[in-house]
Every structure is written in structure tokens, then in C-alpha cells.
Design a protein around this ligand. Structure first.
Ligand SMILES: [Zn+2]
Length: 406
């Protein structure tokens, strides 16, 4: 009887006793990301080695690996509860491009750290001697050709939960103006396959995206909201007239011969070296579609200089947006092209004063891509990825604005 009572008391107490009974928790206050104290040459010529230390209230099994495009460190922890953690606030988080975490599968939680460049894991180990267990990871910078991530980032990150639910304050898009630019339209159907045209597919997607963005407080301008032809220059004029911060041009082209399918994000580049990017750009700049509206050949030296000047500011922001976008798409399990961010000389990306990207949702001529883009559920995930990337980017922009005002 006495033994029974003691057992009952023990059972009642257990949830409040040793940590070991519940899931492990990260002590964010005791965790940090720091530059390694190394030779002056690295401090000056960077990138620098980095130390990551995660404090946990108990030791847990873990695994650590790298994925690419962009370079990210993935840390999986078994039996750790990360959902309530404010990991993005970890000391030194500003050394990283992004920090995300969430429960993953079968008791594993996952942390994804977007690195400032290519790194290798020099060492990783769990130190269990102190009151807190510590997962210490040393990262050494490597040349881009020495970077050896897991082959498929999208596959490696497929099962991550929606990262947006992890931030405690929902991000809203008030004050943000986005122009959505569904490509083609009217007498220009774009790429075609079976009985689907690129023009109608990207319009459908744009209308769904508009609804999701508006629900988040974003002001959305459309270069077209029906099956109309809109010249390239008009599209940029429309974005500028609406006071847009961001232009997202939407396409689903024919797959250039011998190229891999999957979603791709293009940012402006004068020196696009990729054959596929060049072919796509060429197809979109055809004179018969432009009705003489393309100003490519008419830029004089002064206009060029002014545009280059403005672009030094806009270009990194477009690249930042493209990074956000590909990260979100990977996290949502959207299949990405092997090189998900590429440069291309698309005229519609030429606005020197508006952050601009061209999102190739997939390739309409690829059977698998076409089936996905025709599936409302897939589009829903893509809509969510783009909306969240946009809000994340806007938050970064706001933080950047605060920094500039200081
Ligand atoms: Zn197109």
C-alpha cells in the first residue's frame, strides 16, 4: 500500500522532475554564433571561420550537414523541442543570413542556418561535462569549388515545417507595394504544351498570389489581370507608377534543350553566362513581341551610368530577395532547378530603382513541372513560399532602413 502510494506520488512528480523526462530545450541565452579568433589575415581578407555553440538542457543525438544554394548548415536534434524557441534571436545571429527552426519528423527537430558564404564543418561535438550540454560546431570558410554540400538541397530540406509559424510576431506587409507581372498575354501566349499556355498559367498563379499577399496587408499592383498583351516597357512603367518596392515577373517557359527542370529565380545580369538563361532571355526579347518598345539599343552612355549607379543599391536587394525566395521554396518542398538563382538580361528586370526578380515557376514543356503547376495544392504551397519570402524580405528591408537611419 505504502509502495503504491509512493509510486503514485512519483508518477505525479515525474513531469516536474528531471529534464530527462521531457524533450530537450535549447537555452538560447547561453548559445552563440561568433567569429573565430584567428590570424589577422583572415580578419582582414575574410571570410572568417565561425564557431557555433548551442546550449541544451540535456544531451541529445544530433547530425550536422551542409546544403547549397544558398550555403546552409543544417542541424538535426533528436528529442528536442524547438517550436517555442526564439532561436533567430541567438547571440551573433547577424553573422548569418537567416536562422530557422522547427520540428521535422519522427521526433527530430531541425535548425537551418543560412551561412554568409561557402564553409566546411571543421568539427562538431556534444560536450556534456557542464550543467548544460553544448553542441559545438566549428565552421571554416572554403573556396566555392571546395564547398561540398549534400547534392540535393530541396530533397534534404523537404520535410521542414512552415518556417513562418516560428516567429512569435506575425509579419505583416503594411506599407509594402508589390507589382506582380504575369508574363506574356493577348496575342503572345508564351510557351505552350498540350492545351495549356504559359500566359494563362502564370495569370492564374498571379491572381492566387495577389489574394494571399493582400491578406497579409501587402498592396498588390498587377501589370495585367486578364489575357491582354502588355509590352515589356509598359510593365516596368506600371511598377514604377504604383510606387512598387518589388517587381515579381512570373513565367513558366519552354525548357531549353538539355536543361534541368524545376523552379528558378532570375535576377538582372548583364553577363549571364548560363546557356539556358541566355536562350530564355533571347526568346523574351524577340522584336515581334516588343512592338519596338524595347529600349535596349537606345540607352545612351549617361542613362547607362545612372542606371548602374542606382543598381549598385538595388542589385544586392534583388539578390537578397532571390535568396529568401529559394530558401522558402526549398523549405516548402518545391523542386528547385540545380542552380536556383541565376543572372539573366531580361528587360523586365532592368529597372534600376525597383528590386526585381523573374520567377520561373517551372517549365511548361516538362511533364512533371506542368502537372505540378496545374495542381492547385502545389500552387498553394508556391503562393505561400512567395508570400513568406516577400514578408521576410520586407522585414529585412525595414531592419536595413532602421540601420541606415541610425
Ligand atoms: Zn515566359
Amino acid at each position: 500500500m505504502i509502495r503504491k502510494a509512493a509510486l503514485l506520488v512519483l508518477a505525479l512528480l515525474l513531469p516536474f522532475m528531471a529534464h530527462a523526462q521531457g524533450p530537450a530545450r535549447i537555452d538560447v541565452g547561453a548559445s552563440s554564433v561568433t567569429w573565430q579568433d584567428v590570424g589577422w589575415w583572415q580578419a582582414v581578407f575574410g571570410p572568417r571561420a565561425m564557431d557555433l555553440s548551442l546550449a541544451l538542457d540535456q544531451a541529445v543525438p544530433y547530425r550536422v550537414f551542409l546544403v547549397g544554394d544558398p550555403a546552409r548548415l543544417v542541424i538535426d536534434l533528436k528529442g528536442a523541442n524547438l517550436t517555442a524557441q526564439d532561436l533567430p534571436q541567438i547571440f551573433g545571429h547577424d553573422l548569418l543570413h537567416a536562422v530557422r527552426s522547427g520540428s521535422f519528423q519522427r521526433g527530430w527537430s531541425r535548425i537551418v542556418l543560412e551561412l554568409p558564404g561557402p564553409y566546411r564543418v571543421a568539427s562538431a561535438g556534444m560536450d556534456t561535462r557542464g550543467a548544460l550540454a553544448r553542441l559545438d560546431i566549428a565552421l571554416w570558410p572554403v573556396a566555392p569549388d571546395q564547398f561540398t554540400p549534400r547534392p540535393s538541397a530541396a530533397a534534404a530540406l523537404r520535410n521542414l515545417p512552415d518556417p513562418a509559424v516560428l516567429s512569435d510576431t506575425p509579419i505583416r506587409g503594411e506599407g509594402l507595394v508589390v507589382t506582380l507581372d504575369p508574363g506574356h498575354g493577348g496575342f503572345d501566349p508564351g510557351a505552350q504544351s498540350d492545351d495549356i499556355t504559359e500566359a494563362e498559367l502564370v495569370l492564374t498563379f498571379a491572381l492566387e498570389l495577389r489574394e494571399a499577399m493582400q491578406a497579409k496587408g501587402i498592396t498588390v499592383n498587377m501589370t495585367r489581370d486578364k489575357d491582354d498583351f502588355v509590352a515589356l516597357e509598359q510593365r516596368m512603367t506600371s511598377a514604377r507608377a504604383a510606387g512598387s518596392h518589388l517587381l515579381i515577373s512570373l513565367h513558366a517557359d519552354a525548357l531549353p534543350k538539355g536543361q534541368a527542370a524545376g523552379a528558378t529565380v532570375y535576377v538582372w545580369s548583364n553577363s549571364a553566362d548560363d546557356r539556358a538563361a541566355r536562350q530564355l532571355a533571347a526568346r523574351h526579347e524577340r522584336k515581334d513581341l516588343l512592338l519596338g518598345m524595347d529600349l535596349t539599343g537606345q540607352d545612351d552612355a549617361l542613362a547607362h551610368a545612372l542606371m548602374d549607379f542606382a543598381r549598385t543599391d538595388t542589385q544586392p536587394r534583388s539578390e537578397g530577395y532571390a535568396r529568401q525566395l529559394t530558401s522558402r521554396m526549398a523549405l516548402m518542398g518545391i523542386g528547385l532547378h540545380g542552380r536556383p538563382v541565376q543572372g539573366a538580361a531580361f528587360s523586365v528586370l532592368k529597372s534600376p530603382d525597383i528590386t526585381s526578380v523573374l520567377l520561373e515557376l517551372g517549365f511548361i514543356t516538362d511533364g512533371y513541372d506542368r502537372a505540378k503547376m496545374s495542381d492547385p495544392l502545389w500552387r498553394g504551397r508556391m503562393v505561400q513560399a512567395v508570400t513568406e519570402a516577400t514578408l521576410g524580405w520586407w522585414k529585412d528591408e525595414a531592419a536595413r532602413g532602421d540601420l541606415l537611419r541610425r
